[in-house]
Write a protein that binds this ligand. Structure first.
Ligand code: ADP
Ligand code: MG
Length: 431
């Protein structure tokens, strides 16, 4: 069967050159500079962000590149390499949230929306700008191509409008970047209308090369966790299943609603407030029949809340344990590597069985990768499609990818795509 197809990352030089060329073509002028921001992949800690828990993303070498030039008026003109013939023109005095007359169409929302949100967050008024976008983050693959657009815009506007928040990529100002994250989340939630937590934007703006980002989603506090895969002879294989399942948006909302309901019934603000040692006590309280006995609907509902709560509380605990493992001074090999892999595996099984947000393509990618020798494999991102990750020996990445390709072909699934997730630098200016 066919060889695995890897999606290469543009080098920063290639990205800068391509974005600048598109800018010149579209606007017949030189950009002030090129800024870029990475997509992300989450190692562990899934569906924990909106429950106030922990997540552990890394920044990808796959990035969005934005060539941008400040304007003296309030006009915004945007072009993407995906549609190089069409230049969209917007007005910062007109744009607004989704559902209002100033609603911003399609991908423009992720860029112009950031300008709107920065102003809403008290950082304006900003000047208008022209911008050209080239991105090698796969779209809709669960790798946060959307947050890459927002974060690239945030660091670009921070720079040309002299907000002084981001600092350079080599010496980032983390507190300032946390403020930019807030505005990017606001853009995604209010202007693009996607109800996501802050993990994606935090990863894109606050990760460091060679590290994973321990993100406390309740406080917004972060810690850098050493995660130098190549030094350990390892690779993190991302498997883009190419699967798209309908009802994704509804399912995401339903999961959030179930978590809120469970927290309310248990008298906690957020499910992250439940200590792992107290989990069983809390679960038996959720399982108590509240309504009339033998009411099938209430029982099904109780069962659902038990499973969702069990996933969230155990997932936060697994994340804590994986972080502790990465922090200890032993090399990432032997029993330590086995433990890391086992935590990733347990995360997948919990997402599949308790959170019920996996799908046949994700389950198959994970099973095939494990069988082909991955130390651990799991779905990553929101689920119902998107991507899986496998922690593998660097020299067996290709064999594991092949095994997934073969399994997909046998099942008659669309061929997957792969990428090599090297923990990379955060958003910043290039030239
Ligand atoms: P994900 O963030 O997981 O990739 P989303 O649905 O959140 O998926 O974001 C994908 C959207 O981001 C696309 O539908 C498109 O609107 C926008 N987008 C990402 N990259 C580009 C690009 N290079 N050009 C135009 N739009 C893009
Ligand atoms: Mg997204």
């Amino acid at each position: 069967s066919a060889a695995p197809v890897f999606t290469p990352a543009l080098t920063p030089q290639e990205g800068a050159r391509a974005a600048s060329a598109l800018f010149r073509e579209a606007f017949d002028a030189e950009p002030d500079g090129v800024w870029c921001a990475p997509g992300r992949v989450n190692i562990i800690g899934e569906h924990t962000d909106y429950n106030g828990g922990l997540a552990l993303p890394i920044a990808l070498p796959h990035r969005a590149y934005l060539a941008l030039r400040r304007r003296e008026d309030r006009t915004v003109r945007l072009v993407s390499s995906l549609t190089p013939q069409s230049i969209d023109t917007l007005d910062l005095d007109v744009i607004g949230p989704k559902g209002t007359p100033g609603e911003v169409r399609h991908w423009n929302a992720y860029i112009a929306g950031v300008a709107w949100a920065l102003e809403r967050d008290g950082l304006g008024p900003l000047s208008g700008f022209d911008a050209a976008l080239v991105s090698c983050v796969p779209l809709g693959g669960g790798l946060s191509s959307s947050a890459a657009l927002e974060s690239a815009t945030a660091v670009a506007l921070d720079d040309v409008d002299a907000l002084g928040l981001a600092g350079p990529a080599e010496a980032p100002d983390d507190a300032g970047r946390a403020r930019l994250v807030t505005s990017c989340v606001r853009a995604e939630n209010e202007v693009a209308g996607a109800p996501t937590g802050g993990m994606d934007q935090s990863a894109s703006l606050r990760c460091r090369a060679g590290h994973a980002l321990e993100l406390d989603c309740r406080t917004g506090e972060v810690e850098q966790v050493p995660f130098d895969l190549s030094a350990a002879g390892l690779a993190l294989l991302v498997i883009d299943t190419k699967a798209e399942h309908s009802l994704v948006d509804g399912q995401y909302g339903a999961r959030r609603a179930a978590c809120e309901k469970a927290a309310r019934m248990l008298g906690v603000d957020l499910l992250a407030d439940i200590a792992p040692d107290d989990l069983e006590t809390h679960l038996s309280r959720l399982a108590e029949p509240a309504g009339p006995t033998g009411h099938g609907e209430a029982e099904a509902d109780a069962d659902e809340l038990v499973k969702r709560t069990r996933h969230v509380v155990t997932e936060i605990d697994r994340t804590r344990r994986l972080v502790a493992l990465l922090r200890d001074s032993r090399p990432l090999a032997g029993p330590k590597l086995e433990e890391v892999g086992a935590l990733m595996n347990a995360s997948h099984d919990s997402l599949r069985d308790d959170y019920e947000c996996s799908c046949p393509e994700l389950d198959m990618a994970v099973a095939a990768a494990r069988k082909a020798g991955a130390h651990g494999a799991r779905m990553t991102g929101g689920g119902f499609g998107g991507s899986a990750i496998a922690l593998v020996d660097a020299d067996s990445a290709d064999a594991v990818a092949r095994a997934v390709v073969v399994a997909y072909a046998e099942a008659d699934f669309t061929a997957p795509a792969f990428l090599n997730a090297i923990p990379s630098a955060p958003a910043g200016r290039l030239s």
